[in-house]
Design a protein around this ligand. Sequence first.
Ligand code: NIG
Ligand code: FE
Length: 416
Amino acid sequence: MSQLLLKNIRQLVTVSAGGKPHKTGPAMRDLGVIEDATLLIEGQTIRWAGPAREFSLQLGDDAEVIDASRFVALPGFVDSHTHLVFAGSRESEFAMRSEGKTYGEIGRSGGGILSTVEATRKSSKRDLKQLGATRLDAMLRHGTTTVEIKSGYGLDPDSEIKILETISELSAEQYTTVVPTFLGAHAIPPEFKKNPDDYVDLVCRRMIPHVSRRKLAVFCDVFCEDGYFSVEQSRRILLAAGDSGLKIKIHADELAPSGGSALSAELKAVSADHLEHIDDGSIGRLRESGVIGVLLPGVSFFLNHRYAPARSLIEGGVPVAIASDFNPGSCMSFSMPLMMTIACTHMKMTPEEAVTACTLNAAAALSLSHEYGSLEVGKKADVILYEIPNYRYLPYHFGANHVAMIIKHGTILEFR
Ligand code: NIG
Ligand code: FE
């Protein structure tokens, strides 16, 4: 089996969890940092990690050895919430917001999600795949090795399937680990404007069974928000999804208090995402139900909306993750280091909490933290080397790409 030894790593940020699926409270600040470290990878897997002076294993003759004394190593980022398969772009809406229009107003006047639906319906699977592949490669170059991708810009059976098939082909062909989510309930499509419950029927009776039968998604998500899907409609859809064997995520309390967080706790969703308008009672419910809170600081930044109460969530014992929400409307960025910077400056998360939120807890938001999200023996070797003096430098020196080397499943992808 191939061996790759990284020796004399300046700082190895293990985010070690000692077998736990995620970190909560003060433990989110414990990154298990090892100075002057060694990491041995065999095949796709981490075989040894620890202080250089303690390494004593015998290497095979063809082992590749890399001097990493200039580099800080972190687990590859896990972006647990994206909408990256879309056609077109919405810089005109960005310009309208700079002149005072709100995201809600633009959506109600026919822009927003529905304008991307129009462009995506018209796009071929081949074109969508090309767009998706380019985006996944760019994300990889910025340190993201695992990405969740939602459908939701199709909103009819054929177009939703086209997007999910695109995601499935990307998953097979790209280096990145891809997790597919069915988000047929992203918005009410224009043809069902007058009878939205008929669309909910279509999602529950036709789309979910089809998606599940063909194994086109692992998760089902719903945009639970006034003007999109009510708590009642969301519950119906997610119960149907659960019955079909899909795991559950919810876009919850993004634009206003919507009841989405309480529903996430009730249905024991894997994650409740957004939470900008979560109330104190729901924070307790999320903790009790073991739901991961996925925060999307790029959205609040890009739309100039309020930020999720990260401190109350962390101090309330909710395992907090950070994701980009990469999409053309509310966050046209996939940079996880930038998300960390915004989390530190606007949500008062510490750099340590932000790293945990983008790695281990993010993997937990995809039910994948047994394989990804920390650099521990037995886990997959998704390792990013950065040319920086220490890990705090990553969110501190923002807007630059500090990646020096990408290792995915034990293979070096790129030197720069
Ligand atoms: O997560 N909230 C719903 N969906 C996206 C925005 C999608 C869009 O504007 O195209 C979000 O913010
Ligand atoms: Fe989203």
